[in-house]
Ligand binder design. Structure first.
Ligand code: ADP
Length: 216
């Protein structure tokens, strides 16, 4: 199973990726998490750090190199979920080439659809627990008292707007790109996290439609 999760910043990719990966027993490959780990380790090129913290996109070649190395690891053999990659059409083309050389193919691209006015509120209230890596929302999904909370540098309001612009300018083009290949599954990303997980499972064909919501 090879799946891409695509959606604007704050659409819930990280939260949903965790559920989906557990459910299907596949690793989550998040370029954002990988870059933040490199930042913590002090191994991220300072010019990339500056781009990330200001809400821009890193060069496609840098990201493709990161993914190529990650796909060489043994845990990706039975499939994987990509979260935050690809983010541009050249990255999608690069991924297609990497998959082709491995003789594997994409199964689905799940689009988490959330209106822009809800996104900013989600991001500015988002916190991550440094210890567990879990994602919380200060109001809707409050962290436990003993959490060691981190507010992402790029979740500050001015930067959030720049990330939304980057999504609309560069990443949204992936929707028609994958739709033309018959791979796109649109999922409503508004509602409780558990309900959205169910919608994704249904979109991936692993859970029978429940009747109350028609499959689109
Ligand atoms: P989000 O929560 O906005 O989906 P991520 O955690 O996926 O953000 O990524 C954080 C930042 O890392 C991005 O704003 C960007 O600077 C950089 N980044 C992550 N993935 C990519 C990518 N595929 N291409 C270019 N830049 C990326």
């Amino acid at each position: 199973m090879i799946v891409i999760l695509v959606g604007p910043p704050g659409s819930g990719k990280g939260t949903q990726a965790e559920f989906i990966c557990k459910r299907f027993g596949i690793p989550q490959i998040s370029t954002g998490d990988m870059l933040r780990a490199a930042k913590r380790a002090g191994t991220l090129d300072p010019k990339y750090l500056a781009i990330m913290d200001s809400g821009g996109l890193l060069p496609d070649e840098a990201i493709l190199g990161l993914i190529e190395r990650r796909l060489e690891e043994a845990d990706t053999k039975a499939g994987f979920l990509l979260d935050g990659f690809p983010r541009t059409v050249p990255q999608a083309d690069g991924l297609a080439a990497l998959l082709a050389t491995r003789g594997v193919a994409l199964d689905a691209v799940v689009q988490l659809d959330v209106p822009r006015d809800l996104l900013e509120e989600r991001l500015v209230n988002r916190r991550t627990d440094r210890k567990s890596g879990r994602i919380y929302h200060l109001v809707y999904n409050p962290p436990p008292a003993d959490a060691d909370l981190e507010h992402r540098e790029d979740d500050k309001p001015a930067t959030v707007a720049r990330r939304q612009d980057a999504y609309e300018a560069q990443t949204a083009a992936l929707l028609p790109y994958y739709d033309a290949k018959g791979l796109l599954r649109r999922v409503d990303g508004v509602g409780a996290a558990a309900d959205i997980t169910q919608r994704i499972e249904r979109a991936l064909g692993s859970v029978p439609a429940s009747g109350e919501e028609k499959a689109t």
